[in-house]
Design a protein around this ligand. Structure first.
Ligand SMILES: [Zn+2]
Length: 207
């Protein structure tokens, strides 16, 4: 640690007429400052050793110095164990809508994180993209089928619906946006029936 040349350890002498509480807090403060200024635990130990020597020179009782250091050290250990989880951010999954709402979400998490002393890191997911990809990969054949027994299996719960259509299945799926299925998604899950297709499978083809 860098120490000014003028710093010759001229602190309060133990036998000066100052309240004992003040001397105790002086020792604590010095340990605390040393801790903050030491870049490594080794350096801190060495600085503490020097600090102890300096207080001894000022006629502070060994017992007093050591007991304050012990308490200080214990409280540091406690702080350390509190700091650890703060270092690893808590990941919060948020749906990505647009850049503006993403920025605002990030800001809100940051503010909230400061309040609870945690680093909250948003992870933006785009459900839409993954769903679109799935549809282009596997669904075209399904929805172009005619005369099928089909099953709707809700993505969000165990509910299902089995029906029959003689027309192209995709027409029937369109209609289901406004049927009990659309109503179920809205009432039970507060979802709009935007990607109904992927929740349908054909059970039987009749012709
Ligand atoms: Zn459901």
């Amino acid at each position: 640690m860098y120490r000014k040349k003028t710093n010759k350890g001229l602190l309060i002498h133990y036998h000066s007429h100052v309240d004992n509480r003040y001397k105790r807090s002086l020792i604590r403060t010095m340990f605390d400052r040393t801790k903050r200024l030491s870049s490594s635990p080794d350096l801190f130990s060495k600085e503490c050793y020097d600090l102890r020597k300096m207080f001894l020179k000022l006629k502070y009782p060994v017992k007093l110095i050591d007991s304050i250091f012990k308490t200080f050290h214990a409280s540091q250990d406690q702080n350390q164990s509190c700091i650890k989880p703060v270092d690893s951010p808590v990941l919060i999954t948020l749906p990505f809508k647009d850049q503006k709402s993403a920025d605002s979400g990030r800001r809100h998490l940051s503010d909230l994180g400061k309040k609870i002393d945690r680093v909250l890191q948003p992870v933006f997911t785009s459900r839409k993209i993954s769903e679109d990809l799935k549809i282009t990969e596997t669904k075209p054949s399904l929805v172009n089928q005619q005369c099928v027994v089909y099953e709707f299996q809700c993505n969000s719960c165990d509910s299902n619906y089995i029906g029959y259509t003689s027309r192209h299945l995709h027409l029937r799926i369109e209609e289901h946006k406004y049927s009990v299925i659309g109503k179920h998604l809205k009432d039970k899950h507060n979802q709009r029936p935007t990607n109904l297709h992927e929740q349908f499978t054909t059970l039987k083809k009749c012709r």
